[in-house]
Design a protein around this ligand. Structure first.
Ligand code: ATP
Ligand code: MG
Length: 558
């Protein structure tokens, strides 16, 4: 993020600037409040980096708080994955890891306080009746017949609720606000419900649980959060947020600020949908490299830096829109371009024999790791009489402007010599099985040869030393042409979202690659060692992204 005063501030920064100027807060505190009911995705990454980034920029604090007030869905697997993801993104919460369920006592006390103030009551209406009484956008609601219970009666009934005297749903505690409010959220919202469920943290201690709209502001206030940043769907809940912090009487009330969710075109981000894909076995877990969970992006080979760049490019806004997935791809290319070595890998191998090269000779050629970044240095690449090249780099009858290998044509083998195709062999299906060439020793790369030029350069690996590996290519899991959903509401899956290539041949240096190491494979894209399926000496590579892109960076504003 830019530090200079000349850079225009986004609307959240403008709010913070003003609050600090007016002395409303001395310093700021933000938080990321995930519900541990699934893995985090790229949208959450935006929220994490936004909250963390603001705290860092203003010298404030950033908390990680699990919003685990709902006992039904939470799982420790999700808590662990969320912690790992937040740490991987680099959002440092220091020692401020909190669980909302640790505040149940304070929430209960806050509810009792509201009852004592005459601002909350126990209601016996059923969920359906409450809905009926609520009214509509155009009609006011009706007051509950239980609304005017005495403080004493409410205190007693609420305590009974807490002590397990009622069945689930038999009674609720409601805030007493205004059944005629134009904002439906203010029409005596339910703030506590009875639920006889075991909670992952508090066990069976509680059989009443607070509702989100009541719990969240209290969590923020307890932690001293100043700016509680959430997504737009909570905008209409803000008056209730403010009501809760005011009525409970917090001295430095936090302030809720909403921004638009991040959506990616043709990409499934909602936890609900990702969960469906996982549960139906359509993908290989929450970290399947085709997903945009943070765990999947990490496994695919994205870096925290690339995600930060992406989030910065997206910016912060109040209006809903979708960002093209290609922008995320742009960011990872930009990040890896200079950082990673450019290696040779043949994904669809065909043998190439150099007839005039000594039979048993292996020559170690010096090749730059990355032509654009000399700091990465050089590596030795073995060269020999028998090589493999990619099938698509040879054609028997090439069209015009095909500058790669074909009978009679000469090309440069990357980092090595010029070779000229003298003959080739085919099998009965017409598939080319072997290509014969001659090489010219004078043309060795780096020798300063200027005698003649060739138009094509192709990559290769030496047969004797090549490493066999599985390479996986990915496309969007959703069929881009047809949109995310079918007419019946099911997801419109792309049958080609995963291609597994089992017989790829790589430079020997790649045999030692470790989980999450990434490389450019020249002309093919960026690839990352799969952390789940690779074995010692037998890496499996995920293609992170191809090299070409139609994506153009939007012009900077202003
Ligand atoms: P989903 O809608 O994917 O199920 P959620 O909103 O239910 O996600 P929570 O765990 O409740 O997930 O969200 C934690 C935080 O992340 C919230 O502050 C929420 O506003 C924010 N968040 C969730 N999705 C996005 C998104 N697409 N873009 C930006 N922030 C998001
Ligand atoms: Mg949620």
């Amino acid at each position: 993020m830019e530090e200079k005063g000349t850079v225009s501030r986004n609307f959240i920064e403008q709010i913070i600037d003003k609050d600090l100027e007016e002395g409303k807060y001395e310093s700021i505190c933000t938080r990321f409040p995930p519900e541990p009911n699934g893995y985090l995705h790229i949208g959450h990454a935006k929220s994490i980096l936004l909250n963390y980034g603001l705290a860092k920029k203003y010298g404030g604090k950033f908390n990680l708080r699990f919003d685990d007030t709902n006992p039904t869905k939470e799982k420790t697997e999700f808590v662990d994955s969320i912690l790992a993801d937040v740490r991987w993104l680099g959002a440092d919460f220091e020692d401020r890891l909190y669980f909302a369920s640790n505040y149940f006592e304070q929430m209960y006390e806050a509810a009792v306080l509201l009852i004592k103030k005459g601002k909350a009551f126990v209601c016996d209406l059923t969920a359906d009746e409450i809905r009926e009484y609520r009214g509509t956008l155009t009609e006011p609601g009706k007051e509950s017949p239980y609304r005017n219970r005495s403080v004493e009666e409410n205190l007693e009934l609420f305590e009974n609720m807490k002590n397990g005297m009622y069945e689930d749903g038999a009674k609720v505690l409601r805030a007493k606000i205004d059944m005629a409010s134009p904002n439906i959220n203010m029409r005596d919202p339910v703030i506590y419900r009875v639920a006889h469920m075991t909670h992952h943290n508090t066990g069976d201690k509680w059989c009443i649980y607070p509702m989100y709209d009541f719990a969240h502001p209290i969590e923020d206030a307890i932690e001293g959060v100043t700016h509680s940043i959430c997504t737009l769907e909570f905008e209409d809940h803000r008056p209730l947020y403010d009501w809760v912090v005011r009525e409970v009487g917090y001295e430095h009330p936090p302030k809720q600020i909403e921004f638009a969710k991040l959506y990616l075109t043709n990409v499934v981000t909602g936890k609900r949908y990702i969960k469906k894909l996982v549960e139906q076995g359509i993908v290989d877990g929450w970290d399947d490299p085709r997903l945009v969970t943070i765990a999947a992006l990490k496994r695919r080979g994205f870096t925290p830096e690339s995600i930060q760049m992406f989030v910065d490019l997206c910016g912060i806004s109040k209006s809903q829109s979708s960002v093209d997935y290609a922008m995320l791809e742009y960011c990872i290319r930009e990040d890896l371009k200079l950082k990673r070595p450019r290696m040779m890998a043949v994904l669809d191998p065909v043998k190439l024999v150099i007839d005039n090269y000594p039979d048993d000779q292996i020559e170690y050629l010096d090749v730059e790791m990355n032509l654009e970044n000399p700091e990465l240095g050089m590596r030795k690449v073995p060269f020999g009489r028998e090589l493999y090249i990619d099938h698509e780099d040879f054609m028997e009858n090439p069209p015009k402007k095909y500058f790669r290998l074909f009978p009679g044509n000469e090309v440069r083998l990357m980092g090595a010599y010029f070779v000229k195709c003298v003959s080739f062999e085919k099998d009965e299906t017409g598939k080319v099985t072997e290509i014969h060439c001659t090489y010219d020793p004078e043309t060795k790369c780096g020798s300063g040869f200027t005698g003649r030029k060739v138009k094509g350069t192709i990559h290769w690996v030496a047969a004797k030393t090549a490493v066999r590996a599985q390479v996986r290519l990915y496309e969007n899991i959703i069929d881009e042409e047809k949109g995310v959903y079918n007419e019946d509401g099911s997801l419109n899956l792309n049958p080609n979202s995963l291609t597994v290539l089992d017989d790829c041949l790589l430079e020997p240096a790649l045999a030692d690659a470790k989980a999450y190491d990434s490389f450019q494979f020249v002309r093919q894209g960026y690839f990352c060692v799969d952390a789940k399926d690779s074995k010692e000496g037998a890496p499996v590579f995920n293609r992170i992204v191809s090299l070409k892109s139609s994506f153009k960076l939007p012009k900077a504003e202003g």
